[in-house]
Design a protein around this ligand. Structure first.
Ligand code: VGL
Ligand code: ZN
Length: 203
């Protein structure tokens, strides 16, 4: 199971709050102990990270800029600064079932939405090797935000050949622009992702 970015800054009151982001916590707490191996990611940016809107004079959060390498970058409010309170896990997230915590987005000039590859699409976080090394071929993905880091994590997992289940009621999204959550889910379904509800895991 991969728990994506269930951090204070993505929950109500946080810098990049996702609507009802905290509602995923009880669902994940109930699910996580049932899995053989649990990875939790943290968005973990240095101060002055390239994804922060104030680093780009004249730009606003949710604007897009071209970075020097030619990749386009969506700008976000300052969020998940390393070791700041906003970068902590939600205080009610049960940490006991978590085997590995993976920090991503740590390079000042490179963003990382996926738990597998940074946004240059080639810098690996090593998670693929870790999971394959354990012999896993099936992944269950949940957390925040459905249309950003959950989406890119599930999409990369599919590309890497894993069977992927996205637990919809254990995810919440940014939905900027409106409709982003629906298009993320339909794109994933089209790539072979199984979008399920937590209740289906009981069966
Ligand atoms: C995320 C925007 C910027 C996420 C991280 O965790 O979905 N979204 N950084
Ligand atoms: Zn981020």
């Amino acid at each position: 199971m991969i728990i994506v970015d269930v951090q204070q800054d993505f929950c109500p009151g946080g810098a990049l709050a996702v609507q009802d982001g905290d509602h995923v916590v009880p669902v994940i707490n109930w699910l996580a102990p049932r899995f053989a191996f649990v990875v939790a990611t943290k968005d973990w940016h240095p101060e002055g990270h390239v994804s922060f809107a104030p680093m780009h004079p004249g730009k606003q959060p949710f604007d897009t800029v071209e970075l020097s390498g030619g990749t386009s970058q969506i700008l976000w409010p300052v969020h998940c600064v390393q070791a700041s309170p906003g970068a902590e896990f939600h205080p009610e997230l049960d940490l006991r079932p978590i085997n590995v915590v993976l920090h991503k987005g740590v390079r000042p000039q490179l963003d990382s939405y996926s738990a597998f590859f940074e946004n240059d699409k080639k810098t690996s976080t090593g998670l693929d090797h870790l999971l394959r090394g354990h012999g896993f071929d099936t992944l269950f993905v949940c957390g925040l935000a459905t249309d950003v880091c959950v989406y890119f994590t599930a999409a990369d997992a599919l590309k890497l050949g894993f069977s992927v289940y996205l637990i919809e009621d254990a995810c919440r999204g940014v939905d900027v622009p409106a409709g982003s959550i629906d298009s993320a889910l339909s794109d994933l379904r089209g790539s072979g992702c199984n979008v399920i509800q937590s209740s289906e895991l009981l069966q």
